[in-house]
Write a protein that binds this ligand. Structure first.
Ligand code: PEP
Ligand code: MG
Length: 712
């Protein structure tokens, strides 16, 4: 059954659309269980009903039409109990309900299992049999496993409005609703515009669906690409040595046949004629055939899926190279992708870019950091968002709550347009606060700094009136390169920032890579990266990298004196001692080389629970402490900060986090040391009041949040 399960999942994933996927599901489940009927009922959450989504064994005509109350019949019982219901003689069960439409009175045995996504029932999968038959435990286990695997796909279809469209339910007075996708709020703000899907070239799976602008042009492009691919293969085949066995040579013949006008060519052309652009049509056809091969029992045939993938890629590369690649960006572009890259973002004229939505990634991804620097609202980690269908679709990006609305209603658009206007007005009003101190009415003063990872932020930071940089994430420039930067390259970069802010302080954090921040040229393979080699642990193990960075910082500070250094991911005081020793060594070297540079103030980040418990001891060793509440929350609550499945538990205001923040402040102040906070909480207006009351001396946040925090 495990093989069947794998095949079912593969076929479902490769289906053209959701409807087809669910039809494949019921057919394959019925075959596996060898029963008469298999049906899928999905929940219409708005109307609180089960709807028949797909079936084999009941009439096709009922699909989308049969609706049952959530507590109705045996389907309702499965939902209520949230566990399998397995009955030999269903008609004699007190909950049995004979739906007049369903006409399932010919069945006696019933096995229904709930489909649950993140604690919420999304549907029920049912198998039925005319004979009195006990479905056995292995069949029950199989159904439970399939359902668990399907839950995410179904929840996604519900969230993105696919289900609503399929059911085309037009109740009188029913209002059109927008569909929402949840992600990680990465850059606050509101963006309203049209999706431009970005995707990696030469990746067939990533090609989005698009309407063909000109069917004839797309047909012509495809014909040329097909011809060019055939020529490639003929040339490859001709280059093969005569001695090669005929069986191997025959493979190329097969390739040519696949590319034949009557095979794949014909199918792709039909889709183009239906209005799909050539690349999208190619993806659909190739994927369909790949799925068919992958589902085959015979391992030789199964591996032919790779050949097909290869052929698809070849035709695609010809299509992509012949396409004039001058990308057009609408005036209000929202960049959308499975993985939006920093370079894709940089390619959009900045006055056209109003939002970013990336199915993967987090607040710490390059693209989020870049978007933050540009003040462009962004939502990351919208897992399950199938971006291939989004090109040109109207979107609203709500970077405050991490929501993306697809095809918003007029009403919602109006609300968000009003919100965006209010934002602009607020920003304009807040400008007046720029040169005022951050002070409460009873004269309690705090310092507001900004977090940055890019030198380009300097202008923006000055314009919001920051007192300095509270966190320069030095790993960002490291991540945008393809090898470790040299000492001189780093010195120039750091010097620019120190000069731009002089005399205001700039806190430079030493390299904090590992975890979710990989360096492309320094791969780290770990089963548990967040609990592994990251931050100071790496730099202490690689003094050659650490010393170069420290030397570059110290030299950059020559005749300026506004540098402060910060060590990340400290777990215990001995690491601080080791880091201070290396810093003293770098300082001595620089002084010996003739640079008269002062030893900068040095601080430690508290972002691991053990460091909070040891905060007093750590504070004795350094000049100041800075709380990294992003990581501290993740480690205290044991919840991955980038995982959308558990994002509801990730909460900086959890009492355990608050108690630990309070303890950190007290420990620092007992040692007469200043303590700041530079995690996202510092830029959250509600949290900041609490943090200020706890006694934090300084807050460091992204530049766009600063004026609002000062206003608070
Ligand atoms: C933090 O962990 O709170 C922090 C500021 O560091 P980063 O987000 O870069 O890990
Ligand atoms: Mg951190």
């Amino acid at each position: 059954m495990l093989t069947n399960l794998r095949q079912i999942v593969q076929e479902v994933n490769a289906a053209q659309d959701f409807k087809q996927a669910m039809q494949i599901l019921v057919s394959r489940v019925r075959e596996t269980i060898e029963t008469q009927a298999c049906s899928l009922f999905l929940i219409d959450q708005k109307r609180k009903q089960f709807v028949l989504m797909s079936t084999v064994g009941l009439s096709d005509k009922l699909v989308g039409k049969v609706r049952l109350g959530l507590d109705q019949g045996l389907i309702g019982l499965v939902g209520e109990r949230a566990e399998p219901v397995n009955i030999r003689d269903a008609p004699s069960h007190p909950k049995y309900y004979l739906s007049p439409k369903l006409g399932d009175d010919k069945f006696k045995s019933f096995l229904g299992v709930p489909i649950i996504h993140q604690r919420q029932l999304v549907g029920v999968l049912v198998v039925q049999e005319g004979e009195e038959r006990g479905f056995d435990e292995s069949e029950e286990a199989f159904m439970v496993t399939v359902s668990a695997q399907m839950a995410g796909i179904i929840a996604h279809a519900a969230a993105t409005g696919i289900l609503e469209k399929l059911w085309a339910y037009k109740a009188r007075g029913a209002r059109k609703e927008s569909h929402t996708v949840k992600g990680i709020p990465a850059v606050p703000g509101v963006g309203i515009g049209n999706a431009v899907v970005v995707y990696p070239l030469a990746d067939l799976a990533a090609v989005p669906d698009k309407e063909a602008k000109d069917v004839q042009v797309e047909l012509e492009l495809f014909n040329q690409a097909l011809l060019a691919s055939r020529q490639d293969i003929e040339e490859l085949s001709a280059r093969l040595p005569e001695s090669l066995p005929t069986a191997e040579k025959a493979l190329f013949e097969v390739y040519l046949q696949i590319l034949d006008d009557n095979s794949i060519g014909k199918e792709v052309r039909a889709l183009i004629e239906d209005g799909q652009w050539a690349q999208g049509a190619l993806r659909r056809v190739i994927n369909k055939h790949i799925a068919a091969f992958e589902a085959m029992e015979d391992s030789y045939l199964r591996e032919r899926a790779d050949d097909l993938r290869d052929l698809g890629r070849r035709v695609l590369s010809h299509l992509q190279s012949s396409k004039q690649s001058v990308s057009e960006y609408p005036e209000q572009t929202i960049l959308v992708g499975d993985e939006v890259t920093a370079s894709a973002l940089a390619a959009v004229p900045s006055d056209s870019l109003v939002g970013v939505v990336s199915a993967s990634g987090s607040k710490n991804s390059h693209v989020a950091i870049l978007a933050r620097a540009l003040g462009v609202p962004a939502v990351m980690g919208t897992k399950g968002l199938s971006v291939t269908e989004l090109d040109g679709v109207q979107l609203i990006v709500d970077g405050y709550y991490g929501q993306v609305y697809l095809e918003p209603t007029q009403r919602l658009r109006k609300q968000y347009i009003a919100l965006a206007k209010e934002e602009q007005q607020l920003d304009a009003d807040l400008e007046q606060l720029r040169d005022l101190p951050a002070q409460t009415p009873d004269n309690y003063q705090v310092s507001l700094f900004i977090n940055t990872g890019l030198n380009e932020d300097a202008g923006l930071s000055s314009s919001v009136g920051a007192e300095g940089i509270g966190l320069f994430r030095t790993e960002v420039p490291f991540m945008l390169r393809d090898s470790f930067p040299t000492e001189e390259e780093q010195r120039v970069l750091y010097r620019q920032l120190l000069s731009a802010f002089h005399p205001r302080p700039v806190i430079m954090r030493t390299l904090d890579v590992g975890g979710d921040k990989p360096l492309p040229y320094f791969p780290i393979e770990e089963a548990n990266p967040f609990l592994g080699w990251r931050g100071l642990r790496i730099t202490l193990d690689h003094p050659e990298v650490f010393l170069v960075q420290l030397r570059a910082m110290l030299k950059a500070n020559h005749e300026l004196g506004n540098l402060r250094i910060l060590f990340p991911m400290v777990t215990n005081p001995s690491e601080v001692d080791d880091a201070l020793r290396l810093l003293a060594r770098a300082h001595k070297e620089i002084v010996d080389e003739g640079f008269d540079v002062p030893m900068p103030l040095v601080g430690v980040m508290l972002e691991v629970p053990s460091a909070v418990y040891m905060a007093g001891s750590i504070a004795k060793r350094v000049d100041y402490l800075s709380v990294g509440s992003n990581d501290l929350t993740q480690y205290l609550l044991a919840v991955d900060r980038n995982n959308s499945h558990v994002s509801n538990i990730y909460d900086g205001l959890n009492p355990a986090v608050l108690m630990s923040l309070m303890q950190a402040v007290q420990s620092a102040h007992n040692e007469a040391k200043q303590i700041s906070i530079c995690g996202e909480m510092a830029g959250d207006p509600a949290s900041v009041i609490l943090l200020m009351a706890m006694g934090f001396n300084a807050f460091s946040m992204n530049a766009t949040s600063l004026p609002r925090i000062k206003w608070v």
